[in-house]
Design a protein. Structure first.
Length: 117
C-alpha cells in the first residue's frame, strides 16, 4: 500500500501556552490511536527546533558540517506522520484530521515507489 508523508509546518517563535499545547497533545494522541486502529499508522514524531539541526554539504569533494537550519524561514517542519493509505484521497483525509488536531498547515506528499512502498 502506498505511503504518504504528512509534514506539520509550524511558525518560528515561542511555543503556544500550556493550555493550548495540552489540547493539541490530547487531540494528537486520539488521532494516532485512530490511525493505528485503522492500520494506517506507520510512524510519527516531533522535531526539535531548526536551530538544533546540523547540515552536511559536499563542496569540492569534501563534506562540510554546518550548524543551524538548512534554510531560514518563517516556518519549519515541526513534526511528521507517515501513513499507509490506499490512495491520495485517503491520505488527504488523514492530513485534514491532522491539521484539525494540530491547528497547523499540513503538507501531504507521497513516497516514491521502491522498497517498503
Amino acid at each position: 500500500m502506498p505511503r504518504y508523508l504528512l509534514s506539520v509546518y509550524q511558525p518560528d517563535g515561542p511555543a503556544p501556552p500550556p493550555e493550548v499545547l495540552e489540547t493539541v497533545a490530547r487531540d494528537l494522541d486520539a488521532l494516532n490511536a485512530e490511525l493505528k486502529a485503522a492500520g494506517a499508522w506507520v510512524f510519527a514524531g516531533g522535531l526539535h527546533p531548526p536551530g538544533t539541526a546540523t547540515v552536511l554539504r559536499v563542496r569540492d569533494g569534501e563534506v562540510l558540517v554546518t550548524d543551524g537550519p538548512f534554510a531560514e524561514g518563517k516556518e519549519h517542519i515541526g513534526g511528521f506522520t507517515i501513513v499507509s493509505a490506499p490512495d491520495l484521497d485517503a491520505a488527504l483525509e488523514w492530513g485534514r484530521r491532522l491539521a484539525r488536531a494540530t491547528t497547523l498547515p499540513i503538507e501531504v506528499r507521497p513516497f516514491q515507489d521502491g522498497p517498503g512502498a
